[in-house]
Design a binder for this molecule. Structure first.
Ligand code: FAD
Length: 463
């Protein structure tokens, strides 16, 4: 990823194709129309909308680059490594792909199938069918349960999953939501449409997102410390105070709940409660560079283990045709592993792959790099999933705070939560509300754009 100067305003730019920034005014006592806090997918989308309307805005970002939980690292391995989001869900309707520049970025369909490893062999066709059928039945059972009440997903699990149960629990829980199914609302799960027909960007999803920030002004290394709404909006940063008529806050629900940004007056109770019940799950990549394709996988093969316990993961092999292999760890087990640190994570991945493909695999690991999203104070987790009974909390996040501050981000999307596309749409929606507010127009919040919802899902492929 490109490194942006902490000191100057820059144009947010494509990861590798950065153009020089247009100069932008430093935050000052003069009021801007909107201050946007956070330059992830939601912040970028909001800034684009507000800039297009000709309004004055300032976007501030605590980190040293744009993209938030969707960033591509090209330095570690010399090939793109998406440290956060990698699967482009619903590419046909995803605004990020629709807006992608035509040159320089290749978006291609992800393989449709998934593989399963049973001990040291691949699952046979009949076994694979059993697994997929177990996934479909479980998804259907959760949807049925959600129609009766917002119970934990785990309570809805069919009794006849047999020895596929731990695998299904991993795929639909930690792999899909970042949380174990006992911690996830059945209604929230059922609101999310089936994710099929995903795509990848060969240069990285983060590079794609960053390209959409080209031309925007953003001040990096500039965390909001406090937001005072007592008289207009005053956002306190280490480099001064920004005065604005409106604000769009896009930091994660866990960052809000941590109290890292002080609000005066305090956030409304129901908003704070909503952030707590939409806490982020745990999801990390352990990236291994493997010499000589020791797993014998095709480009972008997705592999699960027929597991008997929670100490399992998923493999995304030969990412975009490179020798990079991602071991995905998530949920409670992933959280506990990540808490042990980088060396423990890399060890787990190498030992786990050796268990599934033979001890020789360990010798093929030439380099490793891990993500630890829970430990990063700018995020404190991976993606939101509603606690049982709390699906309605997503709607609470849509309400403006004191008619001046709007929240945007993946957590504020009722269907596309946990995705970049959802964060983007949420940012656009918040910007539209801000523009109406600035024009003195009061309109209803527009409906979310989303792919058609399906009552029953077949197996999911990407996370
Ligand atoms: C490991 C992982 C894998 C994922 N996989 C996928 C996937 O395959 N497909 C998919 O669609 N989605 C995936 N997601 C989810 C996706 O990345 C997020 O839903 C999306 O990027 C969230 O965007 P956002 O704008 O809501 O929030 P963020 O990306 O969190 O943006 C918020 C921004 O605010 C900044 N910030 C924080 N505190 C402050 C402060 N005090 N002041 C100023 N700025 C601040 C942060 O640095 C950040 O840049 C994944 C996430 C993770 C972590």
């Amino acid at each position: 990823m490109p490194r942006f100067s902490r000191r100057s305003f820059v144009a947010a730019s494509a990861a590798l194709l950065a153009r020089p920034a247009l100069a932008a005014p430093a935050p000052s006592a003069a009021e801007v129309d909107a201050v946007i806090i956070g330059a992830g997918a939601a912040g970028i989308a909001a800034a684009r909308r507000i800039a297009a309307a000709g309004r004055r805005y300032v976007m501030i970002e605590a980190g040293d680059r744009i993209g938030g939980r969707c960033i591509t690292d090209t330095r570690t391995f010399g090939v793109p490594f998406d440290r956060g989001a990698h699967w482009i869900h619903f590419p046909a309707s995803n605004p990020v792909t629709r807006l992608a520049p035509r040159g320089g970025l290749e978006i291609y369909p992800a393989p449709q199938s998934q593989k399963v490893r049973i001990g040291l062999r691949n699952a046979r066709e009949g076994e694979l069918e059993d697994f997929l059928s177990a996934q479909v039945r479980t998804t259907r059972a959760i949807a049925d349960a959600a129609r009766k009440g917002d119970t934990p997903c785990a309570q809805a699990l069919p009794n006849d999953l047999g020895d596929w149960r731990p695998t299904v629990e991993f795929v639909l829980g930690p792999f899909f939501c970042g949380k174990d199914l006992a911690q996830v609302s059945a209604a929230d799960f059922a609101h999310a449409p089936e994710r099929r027909g995903d795509a990848f960007c060969r240069q990285g999803f983060g590079a794609l997102l960053a390209s959409l920030g080209t031309g925007l002004t953003v001040q990096l290394g500039m965390p909001a410390r406090a937001i005072d709404l007592s008289s207009g909006i005053a956002v306190e940063t280490p480099k001064g105070t920004i005065a604005a008529h409106t604000a769009i806050v896009t930091v994660s629900t866990n960052v809000i709940a941590s109290g890292r940004i002080r609000f005066t007056p305090e956030l409304p109770r129901r908003f704070a409660d909503a952030c707590n019940s939409l806490s982020l799950g745990s999801y990390d990549h352990i990236a291994l560079e493997l010499t000589g394709n020791p797993l014998g996988l095709e480009s972008d093969d997705l592999v699960f283990e027929k597991s008997s316990n929670r100490q399992t993961g998923a493999i995304l092999g030969n990412v975009s045709g490179t020798s990079l292999c991602l071991v995905e760890v998530a949920g409670t087990a992933g959280r506990e592993l990540a808490a042990q640190g980088e060396a423990a994570m890399a060890d787990f991945a190498a030992n786990w792959l050796a268990k599934l493909y033979g001890a020789e695999v360990k010798k093929a690991v030439s380099r490793a790099s891990v993500t630890r999203w829970n430990a990063d104070p700018r995020f404190l987790g991976a993606m939101s999933a509603a606690a049982p009974g709390a699906q309605a909390a997503r709607r609470v996040l849509l309400d403006p705070i004191h008619d001046a501050v709007w929240y945007a981000g993946e957590a504020a999307h009722e269907r596309l939560w946990g995705t970049v596309g959802g964060a983007w749409e949420s940012g656009e929606r918040a910007a539209a509300a801000v523009l109406r507010r600035l024009s003195g127009v009061r309109e209803p919040v527009p409906e979310e754009k989303h792919p058609p919802r399906k009552r029953e899902r077949s197996h999911r492929r990407g996370r």
